[in-house]
Design a protein around this ligand. Structure first.
Ligand code: ZN
Length: 122
């Protein structure tokens, strides 16, 4: 736990210094407004998901039965708010998440089931 939090801090620092050179002022302001943590919400808030909101499917039986079992949670993209299904490996930070929207290239990793670390777009 303690070790992974240190990694998050380092990644956020390097992410900051990289984005300063490559993004316009307007985009940089938007990025700084992206949430740093996931926000767990109830299944009845599915239609009102805000960026960074997450619904864990095994706690949401009414959604769970409509979703393939390989998926673990629904995350609203922290950049654009588009909801996307993620697998357990993504929820637990083993692999990163790329926004499902064609109009958005947000790439992030979830640390400790809560912290959001933004990654460069490949
Ligand atoms: Zn997005």
């Amino acid at each position: 736990m303690r070790r992974s939090r240190g990694n998050v801090a380092r990644e956020l620092v390097s992410q900051d210094s990289m984005s300063q050179g490559s993004l316009t002022v307007g985009k940089r302001q938007t990025e700084s407004a992206w949430p740093q943590n996931l926000n767990a919400i109830d299944e009845d808030q599915l239609m009102q998901m805000a960026p960074g909101d997450v619904i864990v499917l095994h706690q949401s039986p009414s959604i769970r039965k409509h979703v393939a079992s390989i998926f673990y949670a629904i995350v609203a993209c922290p950049a654009c708010g588009a909801p996307g299904l993620i697998k357990a490996q993504q929820y637990f930070g083993v692999i990163s998440v790329v926004c499902a929207s064609d109009l958005c290239s947000c790439h992030f990793r979830i640390h400790g089931r809560n912290r959001l670390a933004y990654l460069p777009v490949n």
